[in-house]
Design a protein around this ligand. Structure first.
Ligand code: COA
Length: 261
């Protein structure tokens, strides 16, 4: 927090509902928002991830309400939104970070495997936006969708995630147009390769790291902190006129080709 480039109260008084907020990039975003004044509701399928993040946020002096839900289940999402409103009285910011990912060649991927990632990433994002709409309309709030750059060109072994995130970007653009008139801003972030996540540790064999670093124009992998900073900017008043944008935070990597191999 002490090294934050932002004033510590930029999200003061806001309530943020963060899916996938237990771990990884979105966990970092939840923590950063708490450190900058927001009260946080986190939701995830896994109770143990929620408990750990809640403790982390509270240990840092923040307020956190944890509620388990699978974003694929619309009723469970509605329940998580209602419980958050009961607890904090409102919702100003929704962060859609819940995602599923694994490497699999298209010819080996089952239709259910493809559909599972679409259900978590794309339908899950819609479910949460849809369930939060009335609250966001009241608060003139905003949505931040965590996307990717995988689908800008093509990424082998990632057909399911590429298709899912293309859908997420479509949701960002469509809702920004449909809901802008209600005062709701809808934006996204497309992280490039972020080194300090479980996903990257799992998906990226260590020997490839040096090779990939050379493919990143700024000469380094991204860090969760880079995404936190983008999220703080986009959800703060500094971005009041930014709507319908997916901000690429990848050091320029996708411009040289998205394939990491
Ligand atoms: N390779 C190929 N197919 C896979 C797979 C893999 N590594 N992991 C899951 N699938 C397929 C399953 O085989 C299944 O299809 P099938 O019924 O035709 O066999 C389908 O996906 C659903 O899998 P299941 O494990 O039952 O779904 P789930 O809802 O419990 O979990 C994921 C889905 C994606 C979340 C799970 O694979 C997972 O835990 N991934 C790692 C964690 C993760 O993605 N974290 C987010 C990082 S961004």
């Amino acid at each position: 927090m002490s090294d934050s480039v932002f004033s510590k109260d930029i999200l003061q008084g806001k309530v943020a509902f963060v899916t996938g907020g237990g771990t990884g990039i979105t966990g970092g975003v939840a923590r950063a928002m708490a450190e900058h004044g927001a009260r946080i509701a986190i939701t995830s399928r896994k109770e143990e991830n929620l408990a750990a993040m809640k403790k982390l946020i509270e240990d840092g002096g923040g307020e956190c309400f944890a509620v388990a839900a699978d974003v694929r289940d619309f009723e469970a999402v509605q329940n998580a939104i209602s419980k958050t409103v009961e607890h904090f009285g409102k919702i100003d910011i929704v962060v859609n970070g819940a995602a599923g990912n694994f490497l699999c060649a298209a010819e080996q991927l089952s239709p259910n495997g493809f559909g599972t990632v679409i259900d978590i990433d794309t339908k899950g994002t819609f479910n949460v936006c849809r369930a939060a709409f009335e609250e966001l309309k009241k608060s003139k709030g905003q949505i931040l969708n965590i996307s990717a750059t995988l689908h800008y060109l093509a990424t082998p072994m990632q057909i399911h995630v590429s298709a899912a995130k293309a859908g997420v970007d479509a949701i960002t653009r469509n809702l920004s147009v449909e809901w802008g008139r209600h005062g709701i801003r809808v934006n996204g972030i497309a992280p490039g390769p972020i080194e300090d996540t479980e996903g990257m540790k799992r998906l990226l064999p260590e020997p490839l790291k040096e090779k990939i670093t050379k493919k990143i124009p700024v000469g380094r992998f991204g860090r969760i902190k880079d995404i936190e900073n983008a999220a703080l900017f986009l959800t703060s008043d500094a971005a009041n006129y930014v709507n319908g944008v997916t901000l690429v935070v990848d050091g320029g990597q996708w411009l040289l080709g998205t394939s990491l191999g």
